[in-house]
Design a protein around this ligand. Structure first.
Ligand code: URP
Ligand code: ZN
Ligand code: ZN
Ligand code: ZN
Length: 463
């Protein structure tokens, strides 16, 4: 399969330049001006458009069993939706139950993910601790291409990692050359605040943000950073949603600590008024953790991305339909936590970031693709348009626009947190592993075409 993307402006994290891009099989084989196209090549006209590395969403949950139900998007529908939005790789999560073998869970998720339409890879959550977890982390790193381990500091009585687990797992990750990541919220505080709100009779979605104020997130971010500092490990903080967590990251980085932060497209543009909406389905549809916050926090997150203290943009794509969300209609603590976005992330970040002048096109590439590839050690296979890289590309029309709606989305769940938002800057073509899988609204995603991406360990200090 040969594909030529002709006449566009290639945008990488370091520079933008006029070039044709030739793909053969699943790789980019030439990048340069006035390339000759082989006779059998599929030609994509990128005149007036940008050609960028396909997006990497560092945080998704397809087919996740969570809070008594399973997300609407499975690995096929979710990755297909991602391709429609210019995202060609997702980083999903294996989440073992407490006491479950990490390897068993990993193989279960690998089975579910076989139908993926785009490339995918897994962070593995450490939800409990004993010597078998120590052992299996080693097997995952050495034999299965896992180089990141996730720790939920929230979700008490479910998947929350206590401090013992955090310390032992961070230490083990360091030995193995893997990076620990955290969902930073103090799960005990969340639990106590939830009980207090329920006791007062505040039971609707409006209670959700009240049970998870910024200080609750910041406490956990500071704790994770402090643990990482003592042990000498890097740490990656997922879905940073508030100024206080960003301050913790910024402070640590200023002292030379290797701390990374991820911002979600939703947290960048949606505010907490959604929880006070008169339609309870609408309010519940926005319940995710950490919650959406005020514009003060959104502004801080943009500054974090601009200033280099936040590194990646993701979605935490985790879709539930209205019926699933209604499980919590009389008790907000039972609303399945999660919202979508894998299909919209790139356009939302472009529209709110590049069109406003907050980010340059190269900075956009950096925070939607390149930094993710570098932090999680799959660069330059991914995250750059260059000879030898995977032919994962998005052709981007900066003047094209669309209005986002659940009615026209590919993702399942019937709800869209970006509903009604008109974005300027949209993908016209997505090429994944050398195949044209999305063309001007037409999706040609193929179940099973996505590949599991192994991520090698960083230099390990012990075998
Ligand atoms: O509300 C969320 N974010 N649901 C998915 C699980 C998680 O915390 O990432
Ligand atoms: Zn989380
Ligand atoms: Zn998540
Ligand atoms: Zn349903």
């Amino acid at each position: 399969m040969t594909t030529m993307i002709r006449g566009g402006t290639v945008v990488n994290a370091d520079r933008a330049f006029r070039a044709d891009v030739l793909c053969f099989g699943d790789k980019v084989v030439a990048v340069g001006e006035n390339l000759d196209a082989p006779a059998n090549a599929t030609i994509i006209d990128a005149g007036g458009q940008y050609v960028m590395p396909g997006g990497i969403d560092t945080h998704t949950h397809m087919q996740l069993p969570f809070m008594g139900t399973v997300t609407m998007d499975d690995f096929y529908t979710g990755t297909a939706a991602g391709l429609a939005g210019g995202t060609t790789t997702i980083m999903d999560f294996v989440i073992p139950d407490p006491k479950q073998s990490l390897l068993d869970a990993f193989h279960t998720w690998r089975g579910w993910a076989k139908k993926s339409a785009s490339d995918y890879t897994f962070h593995v959550a450490v939800t409990w601790w004993d010597p078998s977890v120590h052992e299996e982390m080693g097997v995952l790193v050495r034999e299965h291409g896992v180089n990141s381990f996730k720790h939920f500091m929230a979700y008490k009585n479910a998947i929350m990692a206590d401090d013992e687990t955090l310390v032992k797992s961070f230490r083990r990750a360091l030995e193995l050359g893997a990076i620990p990541t955290v969902h930073a919220e103090n799960g005990e505080l969340v639990y106590q605040l939830q009980q207090e709100l329920l006791r007062k009779g505040i039971r609707g979605a409006e209670a959700h943000p009240l049970s998870r104020p910024p200080e609750v997130e910041a406490e956990a971010a500071n704790r994770a950073i402090a643990i990482a500092n003592v042990l000498g490990t890097p740490v990656y903080i997922v879905h940073v949603s508030c100024a206080e967590s960003l301050e913790a990251i910024t402070r640590a980085r200023a002292k030379g600590q290797r701390v990374y932060g991820e911002a979600l497209a939703g947290h960048l543009v949606i505010d907490d008024s959604v929880y006070r909406h008169p339609d309870p389905d609408f309010a519940r549809g926005h319940v995710m953790s950490p919650p959406f916050r005020s514009s003060h926090h959104q502004q801080a997150l943009w500054q974090g991305l601009q200033g280099g203290n936040l590194h990646t943009t993701a979605t935490d794509h985790c879709t539930f339909c209205a019926e699933q969300k209604a499980a919590g209609k009389d008790d907000f603590t039972k609303i399945p936590n999660g919202c979508g976005g894998v299909e919209e992330r790139m356009a939302v970040v472009w529209d709110a970031g590049v069109n406003t002048g907050l980010l340059t096109p190269s900075e956009f590439v950096r925070v939607t693709s390149t930094n993710a590839a570098q932090i999680f050690n799959i660069y330059p296979r991914k995250g750059i348009v260059a000879v030898g890289a995977d032919a994962d590309l998005v052709v981007w029309d900066p003047s094209g626009s669309r209005t986002i709606s659940a009615k026209t989305q590919f993702s399942k769940g019937g709800f869209n947190v970006f509903e009604g938002r008109t974005v300027r800057g949209i993908p016209t073509h997505t090429v994944a592993a050398g195949k044209l899988v999305f063309e001007r609204g037409e999706l040609r995603a193929e179940a099973g075409a996505g590949r599991y991406v192994e991520r090698p360990a960083f230099t390990a200090t012990v075998a």
